[in-house]
Write a protein that binds this ligand. Structure first.
Ligand code: ADP
Ligand code: MG
Length: 649
């Protein structure tokens, strides 16, 4: 995102950079001229003295005043030393301390004027000094985060040399510079290294941020143009009347967002551009139905569809729910690792002959022997769980490349513009009618009695209950309650006929068996670690109780909560938690305040930063030097709109 200099020469080509220096700079990822100019200082300090009376409590400032006492140097442990003297500035008499700069003793003389940069504490009337400022022309002192690879001053010279030698090839288009009062990127970068004032820094920084965001969006648009091939082959000419009639037969009215999504996907199918769309919506918002309707549309054009999901449990679940809604209308098949050889053989034949309209499966679908007659609509669920290669492999089986990605992970706006910026996005925000919002409460562990009696009352009403606890290492068990202890607790309270345990270390078939007793309502209390995160559907469940809830991130808590509230019964989420940090406490509060996955995801992003977000890291978030995705959202939007316009011209 930051290749402004072309040709980009290596730092070796700069005067004074030998093998040693090169190695040290490389170790902090400075390899060529672009890295040098984009090594933006991480702090700017003003050398303009302030009136110390204006300091509120403590501030890092420059003070100018008269030396009142001779400096004394005291030596401490480990070769440390401290230089102390008193000075007066703005009618304040205060103590100044320098650490490890004993040589300043000769430069500080009673009754002379000095300029000191440091942290001034007004209450204590003392300054922890960092720098004695000699008369310099520099108005701002800048610091680079160089990790001891080089002195600030030396690096600054290197920057100067780079600017002398470099040719800046790329820039923000002139009209945008004018429109947004920016400056050429070269000037902006120069000012960041050699500023005269804070205004310079701010103005320049704005330009560099814009440059980064804009260039990134341009790159995305380029990718989008490559992917969005214009090709009549991608057209799926479905029968609109048949589709409409089919939608009429559904047992419910589609929500507004579902309708909008179906329309958008159908438009993609009909157009001569390949579909590349992300369908977002919370668990239970009705994405699968939307996809199913579009599969039906494709079928009317005798085009086959495939739905790939990350786990077998999910595959089964999709297969069951889609079979229920579409039986008689679509020929469905299920292909997973558990499909028997004989079944598989038959399915493959039916795929090849075109008899199957929709195949649902795990990555078993990407195997070479899976051949379609006429695949034209590909859906992947929770796509971030698949590698790019796996997705590509399935996409390559298609004659008409129309790809729909579904996700129940709400992606904050910022990230969807960056990471998924090359896709069109449809969002289902509203839940189907009749669903009651889940009530969430936060309880301390000393309120366990109340929690238990609440669970008992829900249980007495015939409802099912999820009880979840994170896996805990032995060494941590002192003040945390473990899954086994919770299991004991519930066994004592409800008896073994009512409680079933599932944990990560159980074998798959054991797990499946245990889940089965819960799904069939044979046992109505499921105690588990987070293994239930994906793919279990028990509409009868009305309580999700989460122990040690502070150990989970917002996204996981939200996913867990999504297990209940799947019927018209009022459902509850109980967080049992004694958070030790403010952040964790805030997570609990946020959970009780909103059930909107998008709001949660924005908050999660704010709290954790984009790098950590939902493991999206693997999918390659851009690295920005000046821009900050969580902060510069507004600018990102502008940059995107401008990039789109640029491409339309
Ligand atoms: P998702 O895939 O987003 O988790 P589904 O499509 O599986 O959601 O829908 C969840 C449940 O809600 C299903 O039982 C489905 O039949 C039902 N459903 C979907 N859309 C509607 C609607 N508009 N009105 C009522 N029920 C709906
Ligand atoms: Mg689903």
């Amino acid at each position: 995102m930051y290749h402004v200099i072309e040709p980009a020469f290596l730092i070796d080509d700069l005067p004074g950079v030998g093998p040693k220096t090169k190695e040290r700079l490389n170790s902090i990822h400075i390899v060529d001229a672009n890295d040098v100019v984009f090594k933006i200082p991480n702090s700017y300090m003003s050398h303009i003295p302030v009136d110390l009376n204006s300091v509120e409590v403590e501030e890092t400032v420059t003070a100018e005043g008269i030396v009142k006492t001779d400096p004394t140097v005291t030596y401490m442990r480990r070769g440390m030393n401290r230089l102390v003297f008193f000075m007066e500035a703005n009618d304040i008499y205060f103590k100044v301390t320098f650490f490890n700069q004993p040589f300043l003793r000769d430069k500080i003389k009673v009754n002379e004027t000095v300029k000191i940069f440091g942290k001034f504490n007004k209450l204590k009337q003392e300054m922890s000094a960092q720098k004695l400022i000699f008369n310099t022309n520099e108005k701002l002192e800048i610091r680079y985060a160089l990790n001891k690879a080089m002195h600030n001053k030396t690096f600054k010279n290197l920057v100067k040399e780079t600017f002398k030698k470099a040719q800046f090839k790329h820039d923000i288009p002139d009209i945008l510079i004018e429109k947004y009062q920016l400056m050429p990127i070269k000037d902006a970068l120069y000012l960041l290294h050699f500023p005269e004032s804070f205004e310079d820094v701010n103005r320049a920084r704005r330009t560099v941020k814009f440059y980064e965001l804009f260039m990134y969006q341009v790159k995305i648009m380029e990718k989008r143009r490559q992917e969005r091939v214009r090709d009549v082959e991608t057209i799926v000419r479905y029968d609109i009347d048949q589709l409409k009639a089919f939608i009429q037969t559904l047992p419910f009215e589609l929500t507004k967002d579902q309708k909008t999504s179906v329309n958008a996907i159908c438009r993609d199918l009909l157009s001569d551009y390949s579909m590349h769309r992300l369908l977002q919506g919370d668990v239970g918002s009705g994405k699968t139905i939307v996809a199913g309707i579009c599969v039906y549309a494709a079928k009317t054009a005798r085009v086959q569809s495939a739905l790939m999901v990350p786990t077998e449990v999910l595959a089964n679940q999709h297969f069951e729910s889609l079979s229920e809604t579409f039986s008689g209308e679509l020929n469905l098949a299920l292909l997973t690792g558990s499909t028997t050889k004989k079944e598989k053989h038959e399915i493959l034949n039916r795929l090849k002959s075109g008899d199957i309209d929709l195949i649902i499966g795990t990555h078993a679908l990407i195997e070479d022997d899976v051949v379609f007659k006429n695949l034209g609509f590909i859906i992947t669920d929770e796509q971030h769980r698949f590698g790019v290669n796996q997705r590509e492999k399935l996409n390559n089986k298609a004659r008409h490349k129309n790809v729909l990605y579904m996700t129940a992970t709400p992606i904050p706006r910022t990230l969807s513009i960056t990471t998924f910026g090359d896709m069109d996005v449809s969002i289902i925000k509203t839940m189907p009618a009749g669903r009651k919002p889940i009530e969430t409460t936060w309880r301390r562990s000393n309120e366990l009695d109340e929690v238990m009696s609440f669970i008992r009352s829900e249980h007495n009403r015939g409802h099912s209950i999820y009880v979840v606890a994170p896996l805990i290492e032995e060494s941590e068990t002192l003040d945390l309650i473990t899954v086994n202890e919770i299991y004991e607790l519930f066994m004592n309270e409800f008896g073994s006929q009512e409680v079933v345990l599932v944990h990560g270390q159980m074998k798959n078939d054991e797990k499946a068996q245990a889940m089965e007793t819960f799904e069939s309502l044979d046992k109505r209390i499921l105690v588990s670690t987070t293994v239930i995160e994906v793919g279990i559907n028990v509409p009868n469940a009305t309580v999700m109780a989460i122990f040690n809830a502070e150990r989970f991130g917002l996204s996981t808590l939200h996913q867990l909560r999504g297990r209940v509230g799947r019927s018209d019964k009022q459902s509850y989420c109980i967080l049992i938690s004694d958070p030790k940090t403010e952040q964790a406490a805030e997570r609990m509060n946020i959970m009780t305040e909103t059930t909107d996955g998008f709001i949660l995801s924005e908050r999660d992003l704010e709290m954790r930063g984009p790098g950590d977000f939902f493991g999206i890291r693997q999918s390659g978030l851009p690295e920005f030097k000046a821009a900050d995705l969580a902060e510069d959202y507004r600018m990102l939007e502008i940059a995107r709109d401008e990039a789109i316009q640029l491409f339309e011209r």
